[in-house]
Design a binder for this molecule. Structure first.
Ligand code: DGJ
Length: 740
């Protein structure tokens, strides 16, 4: 598999997919094909054919068939006859907005370098990645654009970005600079988006494409709880097991736009990148602008395959290699157990009990600093609250370490409370617009991360604590979005750079800390899943998936999340009942059975658990440790979709790389009277291998398990009397290959 170039044509071949584009007659780039692998040819006349359409501008008088609007473009401009939304737009110093990006040259490099100031993919493992850089230039503004393409052939993933350079003498403005574009020849697709809200993130929604523009995005200065940058275009008949689909995502954590435009010819234009609303960039003479990376992937073997290949790419080429395969510790977090009400004695008692249950990492959440006893105060004062921890953080950490546990700490670095010393010292560090009221959110405000002094201050505070307390783990929270976006560090004509520069400041702090303290595992969090994205994943290998710890809600959240992200990224905790977000009472076995399929943790006061609950937790922890690699790194298959049908059942499965071990779980939300017969059909097993299945007498062949399925008993034996609720049930099946 390789990148082929001939006669100004570029063919990017991956193991199972091909991506083709060429230099068109007008010197700009045109898209030719993206789909299943095809042979390389010197020319593709069937893909470059043109016809004359009525009532549409053409490039020149003598090329009436060269009508930009009827052509598939590779990185489209606006204003020269293509009336669809463009991938980029440049305003020249005279206010004109036409660009003609003419093909100049290309180069091919083996491997993939990291981007300088942005999270990005890489190829440290020499996994046959190749990078193609195509240079284009606009003769009038003297702006060059390098379109960067990297293929990760074995995961069938293509990564795109654009680098703008101003080689002229006048400043130009980038009005939009998207990361990727894909023009597809028809519109017979369903749009799968993963949308939600706080505490119900990434619910899977599937709708057919229709004429016009459909988009999702964020203007919250974070990727958001509401919309996820990842999305899929799937043929209507495609499901988890079969059919073709394109997956897209962005390695970015700020404002984004995912847009699909179905035009008059029912062709589809996909655009993705930084949201052009609230964006504008002054590109001064000699300056460069690098877009974030867009991820594209194609599968003709169903949505499970698509998720698996994209997830594998992130594990190999995006997550810090030090953590990608490393077992993630089972943690206890004190937040739902104590909220702000704790002291050292209480924390040590929780840690001791947790240790006894087999838990490996103690995470101290919000409330350890300043005078913070509720959420009205002290953000920014990152010094220990002496009332709660009179002997300091290092002392607490030492005691936890002495128990043989790791120690982690919560921060919300980007935030500030008005009731804080930091605000008294630096009122100018808060994001606000002059002469406008500041809009509060959770009683707090946001620090101006475009200001290098702010980044330096946070680095100094956090690094000193890491050194002092020997932190093993940091949970990096972010609990409100930006309002009144503006920075005194930027000139008036640069204010539209603010949102992107803010996130660059966040990345810079992450980059400095992860570089200087590689032993610290970072978990990203934003009121749960408000910044759950590939940009964060580059620095923080795991993320708090949602503030909602209710098992039933989590079933849907984790199921939806699994389309775009691997399970090792999903922090998943068992909490107390009634659940704090829903009031629902679910069995502790069901809570664990959902949390197993991620990075397991506990988030309750274990000192108040009954003896029976402690025994159950101990068993769960031991079970998870035994199967940790399978749960965190196994190949994940979605089985029953809890967003379809009567939304009452969900199930999934993880399979080991050698396919000899697997664990499936089936969840039933409400029990049903006199239920219908149900079977769970597994996937990904070796057809001719026999497996011992937990709770079943006789070993079963892989083909039987996949095609005939496992019988799921669900009939209540009411004549014997019912002692406890049969709602919210989970069945976990462990499969181990057995050789005769
Ligand atoms: C929101 C997070 O998602 C919670 O887990 C917890 O850390 C709180 N913030 C603390 O304020």
């Amino acid at each position: 598999m390789a990148i082929f170039t001939q006669q100004d044509q570029f063919h990017l071949q991956m193991d199972h997919s091909s991506y083709l584009f060429h230099v068109m007659a007008n010197g700009e780039l045109g898209q030719l094909y993206y789909g299943p692998l095809i042979h390389n040819q010197a020319q593709y006349p069937e893909l470059t054919h043109r016809e004359i359409h009525g009532a549409m501008p053409a490039w020149k008088l003598d090329t009436p068939d060269f009508q930009p609007e009827a052509l598939k473009q590779e990185y489209a401009s606006f204003g020269k006859g293509d009336f669809r939304d463009p991938a980029y737009q440049i305003t020249a110093s005279d206010g004109s907005r036409i660009s003609e990006l003419q093909y100049q040259s290309y180069r091919i490099e083996n491997g993939k370098q990291r981007l300088a100031n942005l999270p990005s993919t890489f190829d440290d493992s020499q996994d046959d990645a190749q990078t193609l850089v195509v240079t284009l230039k606009d003769a009038v503004t003297q702006v060059t654009v390098e379109l960067n393409y990297t293929i990760f052939p074995h995961q069938d993933v293509l990564v795109r970005s654009a680098t703008f350079s101003n080689q002229g003498e006048q400043t130009v403005t980038l009005n939009r600079a998207l990361s990727g574009q894909l023009d597809l020849p028809d519109a017979d697709y369903d749009f799968l988006q993963f949308s939600g809200s706080w505490a119900r993130e990434r619910h899977a929604i599937r709708t057919p494409l229709r004429r016009g523009i459909q988009s999702i995005g964020s203007l919250r200065s974070a990727s958001s709880h509401q919309e996820d940058p990842g999305f899929i275009l799937a043929r209507p008949q495609t499901n988890d097991d079969q059919g073709s689909a394109y997956g897209f995502n962005l390695v970015y954590s700020g404002n984004f736009l995912d847009q699909i435009e179905v035009d008059q010819f029912d062709t589809t234009r996909v655009l993705l990148g930084i949201n052009p609303t609230e964006f504008g960039w002054q590109l001064t003479a000699g300056a460069q602008f690098q877009t974030p990376e867009a991820i594209l992937s194609y599968s003709d073997a169903g949505l499970n395959q698509l998720s698996q290949q994209m997830g594998a790419c992130y594990q190999h080429h995006l997550v810090n290699p030090q953590y990608a395969q490393k077992p993630r510790p089972i943690l206890i977090n004190n937040w739902e157990g104590t909220y702000f009400d704790f002291n050292e004695t209480k924390l040590i008692a929780m840690a001791r009990q947790a240790k006894d249950l087999g838990i490996e990492l103690f995470v101290l959440d919000d409330g350890w600093f300043g005078k913070r006893n509720d959420d009205t105060t002290s953000l920014g004062d990152w010094d220990v609250n002496p009332q709660k921890l009179p002997q300091g953080m290092a002392h607490l950490a030492q005691q936890i370490h002495d128990l043989g546990m790791q120690f982690g700490l919560w921060y919300e670095p980007e935030m500030i409370s008005l009731a804080s010393q930091l605000y008294r010292d630096h009122p100018d560090w808060v994001i606000k617009t002059p002469q406008r009221q500041m809009t509060p959110g959770r009683n707090q405000f946001v620090l101006d991360m475009t200001n290098p002094d702010v980044v330096d201050f946070l680095y100094a505070k956090m690094s000193a604590m890491i050194d002092d307390a020997h932190l093993d783990y940091i949970k990096w929270d972010m609990n409100r979005n930006i309002t009144e976006a503006y920075s005194p560090t930027l000139s008036a004509d640069q204010q539209l750079e603010f949102s992107h520069r803010y996130i660059l400041g966040v990345y810079q702090l992450y980059a400095r800390l992860t570089h200087d303290f590689p032993q610290v595992l970072f978990e990203s969090c934003a009121s749960g899943g408000g910044r759950f994205d590939l940009g964060m994943m580059y620095y923080a290998p795991q993320a708090w998936t949602s503030d909602d710890t209710d098992a039933i809600e989590r079933l849907r959240i984790q199921f939806g999340t699994s389309y775009a992200y691997p399970q090792a990224m999903m922090g998943a905790h068992v909490s107390a009942v009634p659940n704090d977000q829903t009031g629902r009472i679910t069995p502790i076995e069901t809570r664990a059975a959902v949390a197993y399929f991620g990075d397991l943790g506990y988030e309750l006061d274990v000192t108040r658990c009954s003896a029976a609950e402690k025994a159950q937790i101990k068993r769960q922890v031991a079970f998870y440790k035994h199967h940790r690699e399978l749960f965190q790194q196994g190949t994940f298959y979605r089985l029953d979709n809890p967003f379809t049908g009567d939304r009452n059942v969900g199930s999934w499965l993880v399979v080991s790389a050698d396919k000899r071990h697997a664990i499936a779980a089936r969840y039933q939300i409400l029990n049903q009277p006199n239920p219908r017969y149900s079977q769970l059909k597994l996937r990904g097993l070796l057809p001719s291998q026999r497996y011992v299945v937990s709770g079943r007498q006789q070993p079963l062949y892989g083909d039987e398990l996949m095609h005939a399925g496992v019988f799921i008993p669900s009939l209540l034996q009411t004549t014997m009397g019912v002692e406890e609720s049969a709602d919210f049930s989970a069945q976990v099946l462990v499969l181990d290959a057995v050789d005769d």
